[in-house]
Design a protein around this ligand. Sequence first.
Ligand code: MN3
Length: 178
Amino acid sequence: MKLHHSKHHQTYVNNLNKATQALKELVHNRDVAKQIELQSVIKFNGGGHINHSLFWQNLAPANDAAASGGKEIKREIERQFDSFDKFESQLTAALLGIQGSGWGWLVKQADGSLTIETTKDQDPIVKGAPLLGIDFWEHAYYIQYYNDKQSYVNNIYKVINWDTVEKRWNGTAHALKL
Ligand code: MN3
């Protein structure tokens, strides 16, 4: 995770900064074609920055109170998914079903419903509020777990900061304002 934070996440930040700087010049020079060309770079690196920022705040040490917090959101999850176990197994299935690189999410929709979503590469959640995001790129688990994705999922569930999830759910922490 140290490498993940200081190398991988940092690269997205550096590339996003470079791209937004370049965009300013292109706007100034009224080069619309080049601005459009730059959109995918901004989406990838901006998404990478947003997703990882959400991810780090989503984690807590296993024995930390925050890892067993979030009583209200857990009750809501039980209500909407029938049980917490059902929620976890649905999220696990979604994560293990990702082909290539991507993310698994718990999202609060505008009508209050909770949904499990996956996004490809570094696409961020832009519709609804992402409450919980799990990085499912190989770089997130390979050093520690090799190809054993299931163990990565099992262990990441032990270090979820449920207080953060709850704050995003009840609006006391803005999910996308970093
Ligand atoms: Mn990552």
